[in-house]
Design a protein around this ligand. Structure first.
Ligand code: PGA
Length: 252
C-alpha cells in the first residue's frame, strides 16, 4: 500500500515546511506498514527533503520533462528531480493532460525517463464524466495505459505505480463508489497482468476526493492498493488519518 499526497500548486515555503514536518510526525507509526510520500511543488522539494530526510516519508515530484536536458524553458528534468531526492514522480495527471495538452505518448516518454533515472512513476489515468456517461471509461483508461506504458519493462529493477483518478471525482467532493473504483481497478489489474505477467506487484492507487471518511471502504477493495490524495493532503491530520486507514487495510 502507498499513500501519496499531491500538494498541487499549493503552500508557501513556511506552510510546506510545516506540513512536511507534521506529516512525518503524524504518520511515523503507520509508515512502518504502508509507504507514504509527499509531492510538493518543485521549488519546495529541497526544503521538504530536509524535513523528510532520515524518516519513513518519501519525496515525490508532480511532473517531469522527458528530455535529459536542453532548451525547455520552465521545465524540470528527471536528473534534477533525482538529485533533489525524489523517489516518486507523478506523470500524466489529468490536470496536465487537460490544461497542458499532454498526450498519451508524451506521458509514456515521461514514464520511461523517470524509470531510467531509478525513480518510480505514478502514472495517472482516468476518464471524464462524459466518457463515463457514454460507456467509454474502460476504452479511455485502456488507451491511457497502453500509451503510458509503451516500451516499459519491469525488469532491471524498474518499479511502477498506477493511479486511477476519475476526472469527475477530482476536487469535486464526488468520490467513485468503492464498487465503481474496484471495477476499474480490476480492469487495470487485468491489463497490467496481460502486459507484465500476473506476478508483477504494481500498486494501483485510487484518487479523487479521498477523505478520512471514505478512505477505509475504498482501501478495503481487493485491487485498491492505496491512494493519491489532493485536497486532503494539505491537512496533515486528514492525510495521516488516510494513511492510518491504509495501514489498517494492509493489516487485515
Ligand atoms: P483530490 O485530488 O483528492 O483533491 O480530489 C486528487 C488528485 O488530483 O490527485
Amino acid at each position: 500500500m502507498l499513500v501519496a499526497g499531491n500538494w498541487k500548486m499549493h503552500t508557501d515555503l513556511r506552510a510546506a515546511d510545516r506540513l512536511a514536518s507534521e506529516v512525518v510526525r503524524l504518520t511515523d507509526a503507520d509508515a512502518r506498514t504502508v509507504d507514504v510520500a509527499v509531492c510538493p511543488p518543485s521549488v519546495w522539494l529541497e526544503a521538504v527533503r530536509e524535513r523528510v530526510r532520515g524518516t519513513r516519508v518519501a519525496l515525490g515530484a508532480q511532473n517531469v520533462h522527458p528530455e535529459e536536458k536542453g532548451a525547455f524553458t520552465g521545465e524540470v528534468s528527471a536528473t534534477m528531480l533525482s538529485e533533489a531526492g525524489c523517489t516518486y514522480v507523478i506523470v500524466g495527471h489529468s490536470e496536465r493532460r487537460r490544461h497542458f495538452h499532454e498526450s498519451d505518448a508524451f506521458v509514456g516518454e515521461k514514464v520511461m525517463q523517470v524509470m531510467k533515472h531509478g525513480m518510480t512513476p505514478i502514472l495517472c489515468v482516468g476518464e471524464s464524466l462524459e466518457e463515463r456517461d457514454s460507456d467509454a471509461a474502460e476504452t479511455v483508461v485502456g488507451r491511457q495505459l497502453d500509451g503510458g506504458l509503451i516500451g516499459v519493462s519491469l525488469r532491471h529493477g524498474n518499479t511502477l505505480v498506477v493511479a486511477y483518478e476519475p476526472v469527475w471525482a477530482i476536487g469535486t467532493g464526488r468520490t467513485a463508489t468503492p464498487e465503481q473504483a474496484q471495477a476499474m481497478h480490476a480492469f487495470i489489474r487485468e491489463k497490467l497482468a496481460a502486459r507484465f505477467g500476473a506476478e508483477e506487484p504494481v500498486p494501483i492507487l485510487y484518487g479523487g476526493s479521498v477523505k478520512p471518511g471514505n478512505a477505509a471502504e475504498l482501501f478495503a477493495q481487493p485491487d485498491i492498493g492505496g491512494g493519491l490524495i489532493g485536497g486532503a493532503s494539505l491537512d496533515a491530520e486528514a492525510f495521516a488519518a488516510i494513511v492510518g486507514a491504509a495501514a489498517d487495510a494492509a493489516r487485515n
